[in-house]
Design a protein around this ligand. Structure first.
Ligand SMILES: [Zn+2]
Length: 59
């Protein structure tokens, strides 16, 4: 029986990879690549999903 139960809730938006380094194509003067670090806006770089509030009832 396959089990999908996890101990920690992983953020759905980034699937557990909250910080992504993007290469811009340019290089620093020392030859290293210039990367932009983008953090997931949903979990704000934590990688874990926030517990949803249950008080979201629209009237
Ligand atoms: Zn995320």
């Amino acid at each position: 029986m396959p089990q999908h139960a996890q101990n920690t809730r992983v953020c759905r938006d980034c699937d557990g990879f909250p910080v992504v380094a993007i290469t811009t194509g340019t290089r620093h003067q020392d030859g290293t690549r210039v990367t932009l670090r983008v953090t997931c806006p949903a979990c704000q770089g934590t990688g874990h999903a926030h517990p949803e509030r249950k008080q979201e009832v629209s009237i």
